[in-house]
Design a protein around this ligand. Structure first.
Ligand code: B16
Ligand code: MG
Length: 219
């Protein structure tokens, strides 16, 4: 039986927490007197919390003491956590269960590859924690996407070679990380934004079972 390693990003792929990150970063930026647009937010997707704050401060031309930096990081996370506190299964993105159920039925190894330190908490909230053979998140990596570390660890955990793995990603940084890891990158979102991906779909309703079978059987 053919096997591939299927690696899923979390925010913006499994659940729409990208909108909560946006709200929390926007509040933080605006409170510091910095404008924050959706276009800038796009550049923070898949990027670690520390790197995201560094970028926002850079855009605003502001520098903070280590203590103030830490304070803002904690504040952002507290705001974000209050948004995800009430998350339920109905916030799983469209047709994600269809894809996970099919891959499980076909006995394909499945991993999570997320930059978020809150990934495990979110998966438990939406009752998907048990759906993954391996979970690699922001607590397991030292280098942020676009570095391929997160996906390479996931491949290893699944006992697959990188070139036998397929990554689903909503962020530019994540697509670049998958490409650097020599994996097939599948963008979930906007074709124009994710144009470096091998394939792009608006969401999982466009990802057919036939396409998944082709990925599994690809030599
Ligand atoms: P946290 P992903 C990423 O998750 C988000 O896309 C990004 O916006 C966020 O800053 C990063 O996680 C860190 O998240 O603050 O919860 O540790 O898309 O890689 O699943
Ligand atoms: Mg993401």
């Amino acid at each position: 039986m053919n096997k591939k390693g299927f690696i899923f990003d979390l925010d913006g792929v499994i659940v729409d927490t990208a909108k909560y990150h946006f709200l929390a970063w926007k509040k933080l930026a605006n409170d510091l007197g910095i404008d924050f647009t959706e276009h800038q937010n796009e550049q923070l997707k898949g990027v670690s919390r520390v790197k995201s704050l560094e970028k926002i401060l850079d855009w605003g031309g502001i520098s903070l003491s280590d203590e103030a930096f830490q304070y803002q990081m904690n504040k952002k996370n507290t705001d974000y956590l209050s948004c995800i506190e009430t998350m339920k299964e109905n916030e799983i993105l469209v047709d994600v269960p269809k894809v996970l159920t099919f891959l499980k039925k076909e006995q394909q190894p499945i991993a999570l590859g997320s930059a978020s330190k809150n990934a495990r908490k979110i998966l438990k909230k939406v009752a998907l924690y048990e759906s993954f053979d391996s979970i690699v998140d922001g607590t397991n990596v030292s280098k942020a996407k676009p570095d391929p570390e997160v996906f390479l660890i996931a491949a290893k955990d699944l006992d697959m070679e990188p070139n036998e793995c397929i990554v689903f990603e909503d962020s530019i940084a994540g697509v670049q990380a998958a490409n650097k890891a020599d994996m097939i990158s599948i963008g979930i979102g906007d074709q124009e934004v994710l144009n470096e991906a091998n394939f792009v779909f608006k969401d999982f309703s466009e990802v057919s079972i036939e396409f998944l079978k082709q990925l599994i059987n690809k030599q």
